[in-house]
Each structure stands twice: as C-alpha cells, then as structure tokens.
Design a protein around this ligand. Structure first.
Ligand code: BYC
Length: 472
C-alpha cells in the first residue's frame, strides 16, 4: 500500500483521498513497468548511491542514500507558490494565474502534459541496457540517478493528469506506461525518443543535447498560466541540470582521454588503434543528437505554438527577459524553404515561437561545445568540434523535405545517400563503440580506457567510492 508517508510529497496527498487512491491504483503498474522496462540486470540486489528528493528546499532534494532501484521513493514535488502570480505573456497577460484548467484549453494543456510525460519513461526504456556496458561505477550511478529522476518526472506529469484532467487524464496516465520506445505498434510520441541508446557515447550525447531540449521545454512550460504546471516544471528543472552535467562532463572526459591518446598515437589521430574514441566519431554523434534534438522543438511555423503562446499555456525561455510579452505585432526573420529554394522572410513571431525557443536552445548548446573545445585547446590541438547547421539531418519541419550538409549547403538525394556517413554514425562506428564497451567496468575507482576519470566524486565522496554495491 502506498500512503502519503511513503510517497514523499509537498502536495498534501494525505488530505486528498481521491487523488491518493488514484495514485495507489497507478503505482503498482508503474513499478511493474520499471521492472520490465527499466535498467536491465539491476532490479534485485544492487544498491545504488542516489539522491532522492524528500522536499523542495535545498537540503531536502539533495538527500543521498543507498537504495535498491525498484525501492526508490518516487515523490511528487511542486516548487513553492509565488505570491499573487500573474499571467506573464499572451492575450491574458496580467490576469491571475489559473489553479484549475480552463475548459477551453483543456485539450491543448493535456496534449502538452502528455507529450512532456511521454518522454520521461521513454528515455528510461532507451537506456535500459547501458548498465551492462558501463565505463565505471561512478558512471553507472550517474546513469541510474538520471533514470530514477526521469521516473520521478513521469510521476510529476501523472500527478497533473490525475489531479486536473479527470477521466481523460487517468486514461492518459495508463497509456504513458503502455507506449514503448521503438515499438512499431505503440511508439513513443516524439521521434528522438524512439532511437536506441545502445552505447555510452549515445548516452552522453543524449543527456547533453536531448536533456537540454528538456530544459528548453521545461523553461517554457514553467512560464505557463496553469500554476501547478509551472510549479511542477520549475522543480523538474533543478533535476534536469544534473542530467546535462552528466552529458557535458561525460563527453569532456572522453575528449580528455582522446587528447591523451592522440599524443600517444604520435599526433596521427588514429586513436582507435589505442582503443579510444576519435574526434571524427565524436563529431558524428554531435551531428546526430543535435539534429534529433532540434526536431523536438517542433515545426518552424506552427499555429499550435502561436495559440499556446496567445492562450498563455507555454511561454518563451526566461519570458521576463523579453520586452514585449504580448507579441501581437512583432515579426521574426526566418530562412524559409519554398519550392525547394531558401529565402529569408518575415513571419508573425507568434507563429515562430518554436523557432524562438530553438534559437535559445542552439545558443545554450553552443556554449557547451565551446567549453569542450577548451580541452582541445589546452592540449595544443587545432581541431575543433562544432554544431552542424540547423538545417542538417532534420526529420521535422520545412528543412526535412530536402537534404543539407553540416555547413547548410543543399544536397541532392543521391549525394546525401552517398555521403551521409561522413557526417552521421555509420554501422561500423557503432560496431567499434560496442567493441570497446563489450565488458562493463564494475571495480571501484577503475575506468574504461576510452574515458578519463572525473575531477571529483559525487557529494564529496572519492572517485573510487563504491557507488553501486552488490549485496546478495
Ligand atoms: N516528433 O505544430 P507542431 C524532455 C508533430 S524533452 C514527432 O510544431 P507542436 C526529456 C506534432 O505532434 C522535452 N512528431 O507541433 C529529455 C503535430 O502532429 P499532429 C519534452 C512531431 O505540438 C530527455 C505536428 O507535428 N517536452 O523533457 O506545436 C530525457 C505539428 O507540429 C515532432 C515537450 O515536448 C517530433 N519531434 O510542437 C527525458 C513539451 N514535432 O498532432 C525527457 C511539450 C512535432 O498535427 N510539447 N511533431 O499530428 C510541445 O511543446 C510540443 O508538442 C512540441 C511540438 C514542441 C513537441
């Protein structure tokens, strides 16, 4: 039996019996899903040193302990309310925020909550085999930390569905456990969440680029006029920051090791001969995960996005930094693809809100890549990693009908087919990565050859701490 005491929460669960019963009904299905679709091979006796949110104040959400993963205490937390909060953008600007869902926006809000919720279990499913190939116990623990928090983010969205969307919401909460990443009949909603994450380079790129779309989307939802959605997503952002840390530092540590191996290889760049990951492969995985994550921001021109903004459902990242919050007159200059030709056109900014958020996202990614390049610079290499043009390898939006190279030059279908593996991972790149990750590293303080140790451990613990314990 689940009780308010057993689910850490700050939403007064024990005084809302209807909601408590609804979550009691959902909880065993969630645990079953976690056991079936969560980390494979780590469901029984492994104890993992993880952070569990027990309240929203800084000491409460940074509580560390060893837990068996299925016994993790998934909780429901909303950031503290803001006194007299007002709608900050769109047509209803200045009105008090909503504590209930207005009937006329119910479908749109449900769609946003379901789309957000769907990504969370999807990512756990995508990553479920990685524990079998981990580069260290430190990394294994970080993977599981990310996984349990994605599970908690699912709880956050299920809480909203159960609390504010009635019968439909309960049905949607069930379906969140029924769709499966990569399943042909019942796939996850957004494309990037159906891609397999089979090796640790995929994982680090995913947490760098795809979790950063999580940041974009959560920032824009945290502006929402629906106050419970805003408060839920504000707290989720604190956890999201750690996921991006895992991705950015994971790649930084691979790059550090690559630089060491490049020197050992006599500056030939042939680090594969020494079991490392070469710069070309790193670049291909950047190209892949950046472009997939650009797609997650939706179409460049979107009437959905315009109406989310007009109705105050979804704002821009850091809405208060903009001057004009109604955006009724402003235009946005976009590189449009019309009849196969690119030309710059001005369109109403409201319809370009997905693109505005994508701009913020690209800037945030660029800052991360610039930090990676400092590692190459420090080692004295002139090579640099870069983001591909945003038209490259798109599956959603107007650029998806034509092919572009990473510099944004248009290509014929034939040339794209001939050259795409110069820019995107080829089957042999994936085979190589699996070959160097064939054996997991489970010895405390040891690291796989292709990655450098972190500069420090977790929560003041040493790097060689036993972050995952096997206790039979
Ligand atoms: N894949 O008007 P548009 C995270 C569809 S990640 C497939 O642009 P909309 C996390 C769209 O469904 C953040 N289909 O659409 C990270 C629509 O189809 P229908 C997740 C796509 O809805 C790591 C049509 O195209 N959060 O948290 O305004 C680990 C029209 O397009 C895609 C959110 O996504 C796609 N990529 O914009 C764990 C926030 N893109 O219905 C977690 C909530 C578009 O016409 N979602 N379509 O057949 C939204 O804000 C919006 O739904 C989107 C798309 C920005 C995603």
């Amino acid at each position: 039996m689940i009780s308010a005491e057993r689910i850490p929460n700050n939403v007064g669960l024990s005084s809302n019996k209807r909601l408590q019963r609804a979550l009691e009904h959902w909880q065993p299905k969630y645990i079953q899903w976690w056991k079936d679709m969560g980390p494979q091979g780590f469901q029984d006796y492994h104890q993992v040193y993880v952070r569990t949110a027990v309240s929203v104040d800084p000491s409460g959400w940074a509580h560390f302990e060893y837990v068996k993963l299925p016994e993790y205490r998934w909780g429901i937390f909303l950031a503290d309310p803001v006194h007299d909060r007002r709608i900050g953008f769109g047509d209803f600007m200045g009105n008090p925020v909503w504590q209930e869902v207005p009937g006329e926006f119910r479908n749109q809000l449900r769609r946003l909550v379901v789309t957000q919720g769907d990504t969370e279990p999807a990512s756990v499913e995508q990553q479920r085999w990685l524990g079998q190939r981990c580069p260290s116990l430190y990394d294994l623990r970080n993977l599981f930390q990310v996984n349990v928090e994605e599970g908690r983010h699912l709880w956050a969205m299920v809480y909203l569905l159960h609390s504010y969307f009635g019968r439909d919401g309960r049905d949607e909460a069930e379906e969140l456990l029924e769709r499966q990443s990569g399943n042909r009949d019942k796939p996850r909603i957004l494309d990037a969440f159906n891609e397999p994450i089979e090796n640790w380079l995929d994982f680090f790129m995913f947490t760098m680029f795809t979790d950063r779309d999580g940041k974009s989307q959560l920032l824009s939802l945290s502006e929402s006029s629906l106050d419970p959605l805003s408060r839920t997503t504000r707290f989720m952002l604190t956890e999201e920051a750690h996921h991006m840390f895992v991705g950015e530092t994971g790649i930084a540590r691979i790059l550090e090791r690559t630089c060491q191996l490049m020197k050992q290889a006599g500056f030939s760049g042939d680090v594969r001969a020494l079991g490392g990951i070469d710069l070309d492969t790193l670049q291909k995985f950047i190209n892949l995960w950046f472009s997939l994550s650009l797609d997650l921001h939706g179409n460049e021109v979107s009437t959905n996005a315009a109406s989310y903004f007009a109705n105050g459902l979804k704002g821009r990242a850091y809405e208060d930094k903009w001057d004009d919050h109604r955006v009724t007159e402003a235009m946005y200059e976009l590189e449009m693809l019309a009849e196969g030709k690119l030309e710059r056109r001005h369109i109403p900014m409201r319809t370009a809100m997905n693109e505005v958020l994508r701009d913020w996202y690209v800037g945030d990614c660029l800052a991360g890549v610039t930090r990676w390049n400092k590692i190459l610079e420090r080692h004295g290499f002139s090579d640099r990693l870069r983001l591909p043009d945003r038209k490259f390898n798109r599956g959603i939006g107007m650029y998806s009908s034509v092919h572009f190279d990473p510099h944004g030059h248009q290509l014929s279908d034939a040339e794209w087919t001939r050259r795409k593996h110069e820019w995107l991972p080829a089957p042999e790149d994936r085979e190589y990565l699996l070959s160097i990750q064939a054996e997991p590293v489970y010895e405390p303080g040891k690291f796989a050859n292709y990655i450098a140790p972190p500069q420090r451990g977790v929560k003041g613990q040493p790097v060689n701490f036993e972050y995952v314990r096997t206790e039979l």
